[in-house]
Design a protein around this ligand. Structure first.
Ligand code: PLP
Length: 387
């Protein structure tokens, strides 16, 4: 049994989530439920590998070893049922910077790039800051706040000349784990319309019990897909800046490699490789226990809301550790509600930044005691507004 109850002492370590509370929110003592990383320790197997590496005192230039590539491919085979060639792996230093590289490499200024909103805000920023045209395919919020894709709209948008689509799978912030049918449909539509499908699957290991992630890599369109993955969310090692593009098509791989090379972009640092390999070789049990822990945290949020705030809804959490709270009954926009929450001692992300001002995002990857304390603040503030 691993320990998720002991808080990692992150304040004062430079942690964005903890150490910019004052400058970003004006409340240095508020509990942070915003940035998507975790507030318990990383797996001991990862920490031990890093300690061993530090003890060897060798920090020169490195490339990904065959052992690294095999560990990545082994994880993908065992956890996601996708057989990949180790040559398909193109390591990168983070998904957002890689999205920016991919958009710039495979599209031209003015080209249409599609995202499905509400969604993780850097997607839209990457498209806009690179001078491409943003196309928004709105997700549909259905009964019980479960989201689905609007395939008719998607078809129309893709037919209008979209060159590249960024899929968020599982989806941050609406919490959907897209079904095999949904992923296959998206992949097929992208292929039929000549759009490159870039599937951001950074959350693919964070899956609630009873759900199964289906990777776009298995959707039958290997020449037309790039899957972006990382151990960063799963094992809480985002600061080590190590992610992996999986690119089955050799031409796409060569083009992106050459594009990055001519811009002198290098790969992850050697501690990033070491942590990633250790996590993928030895982290399966930790990952399973974490998913069970997150599911219990999600249950606590649901039960607390049902008891104290039945007017506020929550989207079902099928994947990720980010809960999407419907605060529309307050009659206030999410920025205003989040300001009140910050002042009272709980920092959440307002839904405005993701494209829906009626929601707020709550990160529950933390020790239960921290979540309980946060819920006291959140329910108190919302009860006060709702009357
Ligand atoms: C969907 C998604 N993609 C990418 C990232 C960030 O990835 P990275 O730190 O590798 O840039 C996040 C972080 O929350 C995310 O939710």
């Amino acid at each position: 049994m691993y320990d998720f109850d002991t808080p990692a002492p992150r304040a004062g370590t430079g942690a964005i989530k903890w150490d910019i509370r004052s400058s970003a929110f004006g409340n240095a003592s508020a509990l942070p439920f915003w940035v998507a990383d975790s507030d318990y320790m990383s797996p001991p197997e990862v920490t031990e590998a890093l300690r061993d590496a530090a003890a060897r005192c060798i920090f020169g230039y490195t490339v990904p070893t065959e052992g690294y590539r095999e560990a990545v491919a082994g994880w993908i085979r065992a956890r996601h049922g996708w057989e990949i060639d180790t040559n398909w792996i193109l390591p990168s230093i983070g998904i957002v910077s890689e999205l920016s590289n991919i958009v710039r490499c495979f599209t031209a200024p003015g080209d249409k790039v599609l995202i499905q909103t509400p969604v993780y805000d850097p997607f839209g920023n990457v498209v806009k800051t690179s001078g491409r045209t943003l196309v928004e395919n709105r997700l549909r919020c259905g009964e019980n706040l479960r989201y689905s894709m609007d395939f008719e709209d998607l078809e129309r948008d893709l037919a209008s000349g979209v060159r590249l689509m960024i899929l968020c799978s599982p989806h941050n912030p609406v919490g959907r784990v897209w079904t095999e049918d949904e992923v296959r449909r998206v992949a097929g539509m992208c292929r039929d319309h000549g759009a490159l499908l870039v599937s951001d699957e950074i959350h693919w290991d964070l899956i609630a019990p009873g759900f199964t992630h289906f990777t776009a890599g298995n959707a039958g369109t290997p020449d037309n897909v790039i899957v972006l993955t990382a151990p960063s969310k799963t094992f809480n090692i985002a600061g080590l800046k190590c992610s992996n593009d999986i690119i089955p098509n050799a031409d796409l791989r060569r083009k992106l490699s050459a594009w990055k090379e001519t811009r002198h972009m290098e790969g992850p640092n050697n501690l990033g490789w070491i942590a990633c390999e250790a996590a993928y070789r030895h982290g399966a049990a930790w990952c399973d226990e974490q998913n069970a822990y997150i599911a219990r945290n999600a249950r606590l949020v649901r039960d607390t809301f049902a008891e104290k705030l039945p007017e506020a809804g929550i989207s079902p959490l099928e994947g990720t550790y980010l809960m999407w709270l419907d605060i529309s009954r307050t009659g206030l926009d999410s920025r205003r509600v989040c300001e009140e929450l910050n002042r009272a001692g709980a920092i959440l992300n307002d839904g405005y930044r993701y494209g829906d001002d009626r929601f707020a995002r709550l990160n529950i990857a933390c020790p239960r005691a921290q979540l309980e304390e946060g819920l006291r603040v959140i329910t108190g503030v919302l009860r006060g507004i709702l009357g």
